[in-house]
Design a protein around this ligand. Sequence first.
Ligand code: C5P
Length: 237
Amino acid sequence: MNDSKIIVALDYAEANAALQLVKQLDPALCRLKIGKELFTAAGPELVIRLVHEGYSVFLDLKFHDIPNTVAKACEAASRLGVWMLNVHAAGGSAMMRAARAAVDQAPVPPLLVAVTVLTSLDQTALDEIGFAGDLSSTVLRLAKLAKTCGLDGVVCSAQEAPMLRHELGAEFNLVTPGIRPADAGMDDQSRVVTPAMAISNGSSYLVVGRPITQAADPLAVLQRINREIAALPQITA
Ligand code: C5P
């Protein structure tokens, strides 16, 4: 069974480039994330193919619409056999509850997680939108709302993970991007943490893109990250 905490971000413009990378990986050692760019270009066929190859797929489409529309989109995503999908918490509680109910109709319901505040938004941007309060209290408020609506977790930065783990308990999934092995460059990420730091901070799953996808030997980097995590003392709370 795949118990990998690493989700490789397939940030590619088309299916062939993504498949070139995937054939160097192993479904027992990682999961895969398909976002808006690749899904828009390659469609559900690629998702179905990767699921059939044995990969756990996180469909990162961040649904945000009226409850009925999001519920139908979640149903369609569940039918593809994905392992995880997400919605925007800012879509509100009725939308998140509708998403939950839709996902639960699947024979094997995918994990349903929420985006709280996009990490591209700073305090000024939040003020412009009209969100009350500071950034971290907004993240916490939306994460609590997601949990109340029955969602399985949130996408968050590893910096937010200790606070969210403390407030939301051991079972709530925290999915964290912005991961860089100690020997990797930063790319365009500004606040990065190592895989070991992210897990120690309470992350459940780590989204890793370029450190693996741009590596000369992607499998070797993946194996090194898995070993780094496996060497950590078990966290019990
Ligand atoms: O290449 P890199 O490891 O930076 O890729 C990170 C992935 O996580 C990308 O797919 C990016 O869109 C996504 N992501 C992120 N920051 C967020 C949410 C998602 O970097 N706050």
